[in-house]
Design a binder for this molecule. Structure first.
Ligand code: ACK
Length: 948
């Protein structure tokens, strides 16, 4: 017979063993259900000590058990007269050893009191005032224990004793399985349990853990398990992904459908495989589609500027489905005589970089001059490396570099120095970029920079004389080739020797050695100064003060007329060449004074190079000789890559000759006619840019050309255009285009500004008008301006505000620039400096050249009215600030000014890219400004109506 009902985790209590006075009684409860109770009720007799023992109870491993007692207890005060010895409590004891022992060995668990006690009345009413008390017992160290209840004189009915312990039940949580666990012995103890990941799952970061509390609750979960790749979690288990689905490691959620261009044939796929010709970069996320390498870049163009090449292209049609398209450039030099290609060396610079270029342009600098290069342009993306090389498509760009000024001289050394002289020497620049024609040495006394001297020489060493003793001098050297001067070297400081005291020198013996150490120091027994032999016979010296030349020369153009003796002017500016240095090989044309020939020039110590030779025909008058050499006196003052370079003159023998650099393609007008339609717009703009740059130089020098026309521009083999034909104002005499005007003098009417025709007002602004006509000639491949109209009709039409129409296929931006050059009011014409700026911008943004002039302006024998354009220019003369204000964008005025967009003419040519560069970053504002710019352009074009 068991004494109590079993419960979950209940320990089975064996039969209770009552000793004297405890009685086992069968009863019924309030509902008349039978119950077994143990009762004792000896309240009227003193000194009670009645024990009720349970049998041996096994702990089943539990270290802490709970004992729940249900009992009733008699209210002593309700007993008639017996309350003196009556008790309302009883004690509970335990004993842990298996062998029975006397009560004295039992340990007390607690004294148990009733919450409610019953009275006689309750008994009568059959109200069972059942008390429930729970006590915990632990730590238990043995396999079992005995319980005992001690009555000391109460009236008790023990209805049930339930002994149980708590366990943390088996639990699967976060895909980890935690076994059924018995809590620790202490009430506050947490037993840490490591869970095991369920099948096909694995622990993430750390093994999952939980803590089992004394109350049988799982607490403080740590870590978790996740399904292995290829599996997904379904109801606490990991199930394989079906075909066409995948799940990668750490991918949250369930299996995903394979991304585009990939598939998974089997179930349980961790990743999907790419379709043929599609690839995945290891860094690509698993859910990203498989992608392809990009196709080749499009619309690649090159623009050569001296020894730099600007390469520009558009993004490929096919980006392969990726956003990480980058470009690589392979630079190869074309070796002469078909010897193949050689990769460019490390000295070539790529801006911003050679590989992995993110934008669609790159500047390649420091190439060799006059050299053919082949550039391979390749678009790549994150999967290009995975694809085989056949999948990659390249674009080839072949370019030829132009001439460029030499690189700076890197080191200037001091040789012997005396008290008034210093010998300096230097090495040829690293990149001469051509034949070095001469060097310029600039020097000045330290901290006296405003007064400096320049000496020209052809050797790499020179003795600088006339210096002060014991003084520091600063030296800088630069080289010149046919492309012009390179930059000056950095500054080098050298000191002259101390002044010699004659008596000091001869009387102080022990100072003899000191004296000897100054090679150039005046010594009574030695020759003073330096070895003259080292001096370059061609040295030419110029002195400057406050930037102005003291000795006539470079900075400002000097009219040879200011010289009384024209021969002196020639020799001031032109070098006399020995006739033996030249051989005439070919006649290339006829000039006003005689034939124009070509042949090699061999100057001592220099490589031979080709030159053009203008000759003065025999039987000339003295005046003709002067007029002929006049041009050399002017040309010799110029030094610019876009101005024809004078090598020298031969005046000491006959025929008298002017030697200039040789321009392989002759004059621009015939060259264009010969190559009608053969050039890209960028090439044409490049030519125009060169001419404008040369003219900017001339205007800065204060020289007015008066006869700027395509026939007076020469072109070399690299398409570099150079302004030529310099002379007196009456040089126009030799221009077949020049015609006598009513006021006398010959003028090339079609090229000349109205004020110059009307009252001989020749200025740089009238040169700008002519430049506009040259632009028109260039863009129409050498078409004759105003076709066969007579000069008189041209004067009349221009006076009535008619202008040449835009040439066929001419970009609108260029036509607008021409029209600007042809403004009646000369002060509103752009300056050459601005023209160069506009052309540079167009070259940098070739897309701005895409919009062509409206076809109605191309009708060949019609002129367009400029009057209305002039009206527009009154609008255009409105300030940029006002215009921006009028479209409520006034806040950008300063940015426009800083960006060089200071006139509405330049604003009219702005592109979105320009706006971004200027600093207009808000898309809405960009759109608004661009829309208004477009309106401004349309306004201008619409007003240019065809009339004649
Ligand atoms: O059009 P062309 O071939 O180029 O014919 C004329 C001719 O001589 C009479 O001026 C050519 N010419 C003039 N100067 C040079 C030069 N420096 N280099 C090459 N050709 C030249 C011009």
């Amino acid at each position: 017979q068991t004494c109590f009902l079993p419960v979950l985790y209940a320990l089975s209590l064996s039969t209770c063993v009552p000793n004297m006075h405890w009685e086992e009684i069968g009863e019924v409860d309030e509902d008349y259900a039978p119950i077994h109770t143990y009762q004792v009720c000896r309240v009227l007799e003193p000194n009670q000590n009645n024990w009720l023992h349970t049998g041996w109870t096994q702990t089943q491993g539990a270290q802490r058990v709970f004992i729940e007692l249900k009992f009733t207890l008699r209210d002593c005060s309700s007993l008639p007269g017996g309350s003196g010895t009556c008790k309302e409590t009883f004690n509970m004891y335990y004993y842990e050893k298996r062998e029975m022992a006397g009560e004295a060995r039992y340990a007390k668990i607690d004294t148990i009191a009733a919450d409610e006690s019953f009275t006689e009345l309750d008994l009568g009413d059959r109200i069972m005032k059942l008390n429930t008390e729970v006590r915990d017992l632990g730590p238990l160290t043995r396999k079992g224990f005995y319980l005992a209840f001690q009555d000391l004189g109460a009236c008790i009915a023990l209805v049930s004793v339930r002994v149980f312990y708590k366990r943390c039940p088996l639990l699967v949580r976060s895909l980890a399985r935690f076994p059924d666990t018995i809590p620790g012995s202490e009430a506050s103890q947490l037993v840490e349990v490591v869970g095991r990941c369920v099948n096909n799952s694995l622990a993430l970061d750390e093994a999952p853990r939980m803590h089992c509390s004394a109350e049988g609750e799982w607490l403080v979960p740590i870590g978790k398990c996740v399904c292995q790749p290829g599996f997904e979690e379904v109801n606490g288990t990991c199930q394989e992904c079906g075909p066409g689905f995948y799940r990668s490691l750490l991918q949250a959620g369930g299996c995903s459908k394979c991304p585009p261009h990939s598939w998974a044939r089997e179930s349980g796929a961790r990743v999907c495989s790419c379709e043929p010709a599609y690839y995945k970069n290891p860094a690509d996320p698993a859910n990203m589609a498989c992608t392809r390498p990009p196709s080749a870049p499009r619309n690649a163009i090159s623009n050569v500027n001296e020894t730099s090449v600007f390469l520009e292209w558009s993004v490929p049609v096919e980006t392969g489905g990726r956003k990480d398209v980058r470009y690589n450039i392979l630079c190869r030099r074309v070796l002469p005589e078909g010897r193949g290609l050689e990769e460019c060396g490390a000295s070539v610079r790529f801006l911003p970089r050679r590989v992995g270029v993110a934008n669609t342009s790159v500047m390649v600098a420091d190439l060799q001059s006059h050299t053919n290069y082949s550039f391979l342009l390749d678009a790549v993306n994150g999967v290009s490396l995975m694809a085989n090389d056949h999948a990659r498509q390249y674009v080839t760009l072949n370019v030829t570099t132009n001439q460029a000024a030499p690189s700076p001289v890197s080191l200037v050394r001091r040789g012997a120095s005396g008290r008034s002289s210093i010998t300096v020497s230097w090495a040829e620049p690293d990149r001469p970029n051509g034949i070095i024609l001469e060097y310029e040495t600039k020097y000045f006394e330290k901290e006296q920079e405003s007064s400096y001297t320049i000496i020209k020489s052809q050797l790499t060493e020179m003795v600088v004389e006339g210096l002060k003793p014991s003084s520091a001098y600063i030296f800088q050297v630069r080289a010149r080739t046919s492309a012009g001067y390179g930059a000056f070297s950095r500054r080098f400081e050298f000191q002259t020797s101390p002044s010699c005291d004659y008596y000091f020198c001869i009387t102080t013996q022990q100072h003899q050695l000191y004296m000897e150490s100054f090679a150039g120091c005046c010594h009574p027994y030695r020759r003073c100064g330096y070895s003259k032999a080292k001096q370059d016979p061609e040295e030419e010296k110029m002195h400057f003060h406050n930037g102005l030349i003291k000795y006539p020369g470079l900075r400002t153009y000097i009219d040879p007329l200011t010289y009384e003796d024209p021969n002196q002017a020639v020799h001031e500016f032109a070098q006399e060449i020995d006739v033996s240095s030249i051989s005439i090989e070919r006649i290339i044309g006829a000039g006003e004074f005689g034939e124009v020939c070509s042949g090699p020039l061999r100057l001592p110590g220099k490589r031979e190079f080709q030159v053009a030779i203008k000759t003065l025909k025999a039987g000339y008058s003295e005046q003709q000789r002067r007029d002929f050499l006049w041009e050399a006196s002017i040309m010799g003052q110029f030094d610019h890559p876009n101005i024809i370079h004078l090598e020298g003159v031969i005046t000491k023998s006959k025929p008298v000759m002017i030697i200039t650099e040789y321009m392989e393609n002759g004059s621009l007008d015939s060259f264009l006619k010969k190559n009608d339609g053969q050039f890209t717009v960028i090439q044409l703009v490049g030519m125009l840019r060169g001419i404008a740059s040369g003219m900017r130089y001339l205007s800065e020098m204060g020289y007015v050309h008066r006869d700027l026309a395509a026939r007076n521009i020469l072109v070399n083999s690299n398409l570099v255009c150079k302004v030529s034909d310099f002379g007196l104002s009456r040089v126009l005499e030799d221009d077949p285009e020049a015609e006598y005007t009513t006021r006398g003098g010959k003028i090339p009417i079609r090229w000349t500004a109205p004020e110059a025709i009307a009252y001989r007002k020749f200025t740089s602004a009238s040169d700008v008008w002519s430049y506009g006509i040259v632009m028109w000639e260039v863009m129409s491949y050498g078409e004759r301006p105003y076709w066969e109209m007579s000069n008189q009709d041209v004067i009349k039409a221009v006076d009535e505000s008619y202008r040449l129409p835009g040439p066929m296929d001419c970009p609108e931006a260029l036509y607008l620039l021409m029209m600007d050059c042809w403004q009646r009011e000369r002060s509103t014409r752009p300056k050459f400096d601005e023209i160069v700026g506009v052309l540079d911008k167009l070259i940098r943004n070739p897309s701005s050249l895409k919009k062509l002039v409206n076809s109605s302006h191309r009708v060949s024998n019609l002129l367009v009215e400029h009057a209305s354009v002039e009206v527009d220019h009154t609008t255009l003369s409105q300030s940029v600030g006002d215009w921006l204000d009028s479209i409520k964008m006034g806040r950008y005025t300063e940015l426009f000014m800083d960006g060089g967009f200071s006139s509405l003419e330049t604003v009219a040519q702005m592109t979105s890219e320009d706006l971004r560069q200027v600093g207009v970053n808000l898309a809405g504002h960009q759109k608004k400004i661009i829309t208004n710019i477009q309106e401004m352009r349309v306004h201008i074009i619409n007003k240019t109506t065809v009339t004649i």
